[in-house]
Write a protein that binds this ligand. Sequence first.
Ligand SMILES: Nc1ncnc2c1ncn2[C@@H]1O[C@H](COP(=O)(O)OP(=O)(O)OP(=O)(O)O)[C@@H](O)[C@H]1O
Length: 547
Amino acid sequence: MTAVRAVVRRGGAWLPLIACTALAGTACDLALPAALGRAVDAVVAHSGTAGWLRLCAGLIALSVGCDLVMTYASAVCVADTTAWLRRRLVRHLLAVGPRTGLDTGDLVSRVTSNAADAALAGPSLLSVATGIVPPIGSVVLLALIDPWLAAAFLAGLALVAVMLRTFTRHTADVLTRYQRVQGRLAARLAESLSGVRTIAAAGTVDREAARVLEPLPELREQGALTWRVLSRASAQAGIIGPLVEVAVLTAGGLALATGRISAGGLFAASRYAAMGAGLGALTSVLGQLARARAGNHRAAEVLALPTVPYGNASLPDGPGTVRFRQVSVRAGDTLLLDGVDLTVPGGAAVAVVGRSGAGKSVLVALAARLREPDAGSVLLDGVPLVRLSHAALRAAVSCAFERPVLVGERIADAVGLGSEPAEVRAAARATHAHDFVSRLPAGYDTPLAEAPMSGGENQRLGLARSWRAGRLLILDDATSSVDMVTEMQISRTLTEDHGRRTRLIVTHRPATAARADLVVWLDSGRVRAIGSHERLWDDPRYRAVFQ
Ligand SMILES: Nc1ncnc2c1ncn2[C@@H]1O[C@H](COP(=O)(O)OP(=O)(O)OP(=O)(O)O)[C@@H](O)[C@H]1O
């Protein structure tokens, strides 16, 4: 409900305008039958007809004007709120970090279609609130014409109210389920698209299509249920509406026969009865409100994900010493790292080796705060990483991965992340990416989408992107797809890093480990040994790591 309130508040200046125009339009609609009634009486009495007709025309024009302004204001309000909510969701998701626990496709559906639904909350709430005014006004005005007319109208209105209440309850449930199934479908599609090459190569397109579309029957069922609830409510409104009119007209006919009301009074009463009967039309607005509530609920689930908290400390001068103090990491009942106690000397090139699954990636992710330890702490130059400000951490530490995802429009954006062109080029030269980037049609300005790259070229750009690290450079198998000669060159650049930054290099290649100042050998989540590659090489179990 808090999320709905925030979304409604975001409606800002538009909501008062929508409310004012809706109320002004309703006032015109309520005044019109009375004016028309007077016009009818004037026609019967052959006097003053023109004045009443002019008033009726004026009321109609005003009502249409209000309607137009309200439609425009509602559209702008919804568009503005949708954009605001999407920005909030995207910012929050990026602040949550890599582990949201939600599927990518599901998140996309929450940020796109569910956010647009959620933004309907403000205008829909107002439409419901102002939609109640005509029947209330009708009762009052009918009572002024004749109390029996109001009594007949109220009896019908009670039925409409019961019908709307049932409708609202059912629609909210069905729409929430519908949006959930939609999210599941989107999640499967996103998953499939990320592995589209594998699917094509394995010839499992049909099986995969069936898997992605598996929730479709449930989606259809929920969609059909929505329409069933809506059509039942419309049918009920279609029956109750005329009943209300007939009841009011019967009471009005009797009042006219006994001379309690005039012909104009009866005409006005029939119009008010029609207005009250039109309350059934609120079903579509209530449906919209239910959609908005379901959308808000799904947006609120995203906004409730905890973000990574940062401190406000900056780093003192230092060589970039990394200290893992009794660090443990768990995944469920499994210990991925078990009490790791390790000091990585500042300015050193340290290779992290071990069999597949030993915990190398988990260890180096801790040094970049891409993961949090379940126990223990990680310090950079004596400062616990959790105490560092976001800016201080990201300026000091950068990572390159085995499968880097390049973001941005052009190659320069992907490498520089906003840095100056000269820095981009220097980073690309250092990581041996400059030559192949220069051969691209527009060099560093080549759009990423038009730059088909090999795995090794992609890795080199990822490496260039991480080159900005101020104090600690983390390479997680970041040159595994690069050819041997280039890898040797990169390895040399890394080990001779003139900036003397600390380098943590996860590797499976003995040549890279041999160049490092120090090797950390991980085995089943524990540090098995620390030393030079040369010394460790004497151990056949160490040599087996590279086989
Ligand atoms: N979020 C997670 N949930 C459950 N298990 C995880 C999670 N992250 C990693 N693991 C497990 O932790 C173990 C260590 O993973 P890690 O990626 O660090 O291995 P690695 O030594 O880098 O292996 P490789 O050389 O194959 O990349 C693996 O068994 C992996 O399955």
